[in-house]
Design a protein around this ligand. Structure first.
Ligand code: AMP
Length: 369
């Protein structure tokens, strides 16, 4: 057991995007300071943090100097270089630790880890040559998806293979990057489980949102989902198992495919995000304690807050120019508008989100209270 960090303590955040920004806001609510480390001077988290360091993530000496100024360190994106995370971890507690990063950074390690827990994933195989791809396509079959092992996000670094004839084009698309081949899962919907685990091992889960994507980017998350209670319970069990196996501290998201008719494996795990997650942004407005605050509480060694939901919610991302409608969105009394302060509305860039609340039609996750 560690003593909780008292108000006035400083949490270091590796990464300065909107997730870091919302973590800094949550920390400030509890009287905690944040020091953000990121590599882009105009990152949205900087303007909300008490202290800022703009440096490369590969600059281990700079990361170590940053670590010396804080009491505990967390991260808001999973591609923090492992050497940097380990350098930070030598000086201060890193929560969640570098193991969660190592697992989530590489799709092959991640898939092996999840299936090693006895949890279902799509059929997968390592692919590092045309011959390997041809061989694995025979086993896994088509349709399939070739994905880079590292640095894939929002559908990037992926090529669909509908017929074996498309194999070489898929390899060319990935430009020789180490890859995995995944069998295509004929899912009905995508869901995620958001689980927070405290430093003492206590686990709480949020209600399971159903997530819709457009062009590989999350478009909308809705709670309650139409998942049957036993499948929701299974999602929670999956979240707990993964968090416990990683001895995780903080908020973790597990993205899953739902197949309601599959009695044995209704939920197939796609990937783990060792951080606060876009599919949990509705918790800011629809829950007693948001995913951001609960992450900060866990990282600071505080008691976890309630994950209960007091409203139904539909969270929609504002991508690129969609945020230009801010004036109209701000007029809607049932819409909670969040803008990330990004200056340039590039296509595909997450500029903000809106959450539409409506009265609770079924009990949220009240049992953790
Ligand atoms: P990922 O980057 O792995 O999250 O994949 C991006 C999106 O591609 C997912 O949200 C799914 O919609 C789709 N996808 C990824 N892997 C599979 C799969 N094995 N079967 C079917 N769809 C997939």
């Amino acid at each position: 057991m560690t003593d909780p960090l008292p108000p006035g303590s400083t949490i270091g955040i590796l990464g300065g995007g909107q997730l870091g920004r919302m973590l800094a806001q949550a920390a400030a609510k509890l009287g905690l300071r944040t020091h953000v480390y990121s590599d882009r001077a105009d990152d949205p988290a900087f303007e909300l943090a008490a202290a800022a360091t703009c440096g490369e993530f590969t600059d281990v000496a700079r990361i170590a100097a940053f670590a010396e100024t804080v009491d505990v360190i967390t991260y808001e994106f999973e591609n923090v270089p492992l050497e940097a995370a380990e350098a930070a971890e030598r000086l201060r507690p890193l929560r969640p630790g570098s193991r969660a990063l190592a697992v989530a950074q590489d799709r092959l390690i991640e898939k092996r880890f999840i299936s090693g827990l006895g949890l279902p994933v799509a059929p997968f195989a390592e692919v590092s040559s045309p011959a390997m791809l041809a061989r694995e396509l025979e086993t896994i079959g088509t349709p399939a998806i070739l994905k880079t092992r590292r640095f894939g996000y929002d559908g990037k670094g992926q090529a669909r293979i509908r017929t074996p004839g498309e194999a070489s084009a898929a390899l060319a698309e990935l430009a020789g990057a180490p890859a995995i081949l995944e069998g295509h899962v004929a899912f009905e919907r995508e869901v995620s489980i958001l689980v927070v685990r405290g430093h003492d091992g206590e686990v709480r889960t949020y209600d399971t949102p159903v997530n819709e994507h457009r062009d590989g980017i999350l478009y909308r998350s809705t709670v309650p989902s139409s998942l049957e209670p036993s499948h929701r319970a299974r999602a929670e069990e999956i979240g707990r198992l993964v968090a416990d196996a990683l001895d995780y501290v903080g908020l973790l998201a597990v993205e899953m495919f739902h197949i309601s008719g599959d009695a044995k494996n209704p939920l197939i795990i796609n990937e783990i995000a060792p951080r606060v997650h876009n599919s949990g942004h509705w918790t800011l407005d629809a829950c007693h304690v948001s995913q951001f605050e609960n992450h900060i509480r866990a990282v600071a060694g505080w008691p976890l807050g309630s994950t209960a939901r007091h409203s139904n919610a539909v969270m929609t991302n504002l991508i690129g120019p969609e945020a230009d409608d801010w004036r109209k969105l701000a007029e809607d009394p049932m819409l909670s508008l969040h803008l990330y302060g990004k200056r340039e509305a590039r296509a595909g860039r997450k500029m903000g989100h809106v959450t539409r609340l409506s009265p609770l039609t079924e009990s949220g996750r009240a049992k953790d209270d």
